[in-house]
Design a binder for this molecule. Structure first.
Ligand SMILES: [Zn+2]
Length: 313
C-alpha cells in the first residue's frame, strides 16, 4: 500500500483512531486534569463519535482538544494528509499547493501549514554536543541578495538600505546529525554567543569558518577549530569542516526559493523549525516522520520560539 492510499487520509473515523493511538497509546487522557482512568467514551448519537467524558473534572473532550488542531473545522483526515505531505516533501509545500490538493481555501491551507510547523517545533531540545563531540556553527542570509558584502568592525556583514536590508540572518548549529536554526535580527557576536551558550554544552568543540564573530565565543568552549574558506579549505586534514551546516542551508535556501517565495521575516523561524524537523528525522520513512510530527501537536501554542532572540528585531 502506498502511503497516500492509507484510509486515515480519506476516512474521518480512521483518521481519529490513528491520532488517538498516537496521542493516547494507553487510552484517552483528560486534557484538563490529566487523568485517564476516569475517562469514558460518550456514546450519545447527538455528540458523534470521538467524544469522551472525564469523571473527575466533568469535562468533555475529543482528541483535538489541547492540540494545534483544536478549534479548527477542517476534518482530521485532511489534517493528517496535510501533515503527511509536508513531512514527505523535502523542500516543503506551499499554501497554494495545499489549497489545491486538499480542496480547502488558501487561507485555511496557510493556517494549517503554520500549525503543522508548530507541531514540528522541538520545545525541549536539550544541549547539543558534549565531551568528545563537536558542533558546526554557521550563519547565512535569507532574502534578496545584495551585490557586495563587506564586513563591519563587529563582524556583521554590511547590509545596504532598501531591498537588500530585507535579508534576514539565520544561524544554524549542526551536531550528531541534528540541526537547530534561529532567525535573528543581526548575526553579530552578541546574538551568536547567546545562541551558542544557551544551546551548546561548554565541553564541546566548536567548528566554524574564519568569520570574526566566532573568535571570542570560541574561548568559551573546549576548543574552537576553523576552516579557512578564503583559502579554499573546506575539510581540514583533521576532518574539521562546516560542510554539514552548509548543506542544511542549501536545502533550506532551495526550499525558500522554490516553495516559499513570499515568506515574511516574522515567519522565518517557523520555516526553520520545519526544515530542522525534516533534517532531524530524515533517516526514517515518510509515515514515521508524519507520526513524529503528530506526536508534537500537543501542548503547543502559536508563539515564537526563543522570544529573547526575536525581541531584538
Ligand atoms: Zn479531567
Amino acid at each position: 500500500m502506498s502511503d497516500l492510499t492509507n484510509p486515515i487520509f480519506t476516512n474521518e473515523d480512521k483518521a481519529r483512531e490513528h491520532l488517538e493511538a498516537i496521542r493516547w497509546p494507553d487510552g484517552p487522557v483528560c486534557p484538563s486534569c490529566g487523568f485517564g482512568n476516569t475517562v469514558k467514551p460518550l456514546g450519545g448519537k447527538s455528540m458523534g463519535p470521538g467524544w469522551y467524558h472525564c469523571g473527575s473534572c466533568r469535562e468533555k473532550f475529543t482528541v483535538r482538544v489541547g492540540t494545534v488542531y483544536e478549534r479548527s473545522k477542517i476534518p482530521l483526515h485532511k489534517w493528517l494528509l496535510a501533515t503527511h505531505l509536508i513531512c514527505a516533501s523535502k523542500k516543503g509545500m506551499s499554501a497554494h499547493q495545499l489549497h489545491r490538493m486538499l480542496g480547502i481555501t488558501y487561507k485555511s491551507a496557510w493556517f494549517m501549514l503554520h500549525r503543522i510547523r508548530e507541531a514540528m517545533r522541538d520545545d525541549n531540545p536539550g544541549p547539543m554536543g558534549g565531551p568528545g563531540e563537536f558542533v558546526e556553527a554557521d550563519e547565512t542570509y535569507i532574502g534578496k541578495r545584495d551585490k557586495k558584502r563587506t564586513l563591519k568592525t563587529d563582524g556583521t556583514p554590511f547590509l545596504k538600505s532598501g531591498k537588500a536590508a530585507q535579508r534576514v540572518p539565520v544561524v544554524s548549529l549542526v551536531s550528531g546529525g541534528k540541526s537547530r536554526s534561529f532567525a535573528v535580527s543581526r548575526a553579530n557576536t552578541a546574538t551568536i554567543r547567546e545562541i551558542l551558550v544557551t544551546n551548546v554544552d561548554r565541553a564541546t568543540e566548536l567548528h566554524t569558518d574564519e568569520a570574526p564573530m566566532y573568535v571570542k565565543i570560541g574561548d568559551e568552549f573546549k576548543a574552537h577549530k576553523t576552516v579557512n574558506h578564503s583559502r579554499h579549505e573546506y575539510v581540514r586534514k583533521d576532518g574539521v569542516t562546516t560542510n554539514r551546516v552548509e548543506n542544511f542551508f542549501s536545502v533550506f535556501k532551495r526550499g525558500m526559493r522554490g516553495v516559499y517565495q513570499h515568506c515574511r521575516e516574522k515567519h522565518l523561524q517557523r520555516y526553520l523549525d520545519e526544515f530542522d524537523f525534516r533534517y532531524n528525522n530524515r533517516e526514517i520513512t515518510d509515515a514515521e516522520r508524519r507520526d513524529a510530527a503528530l506526536k508534537g501537536i500537543e501542548g503547543k501554542r502559536l508563539t515564537y520560539r526563543r522570544t529573547a532572540v526575536w525581541a531584538n528585531v
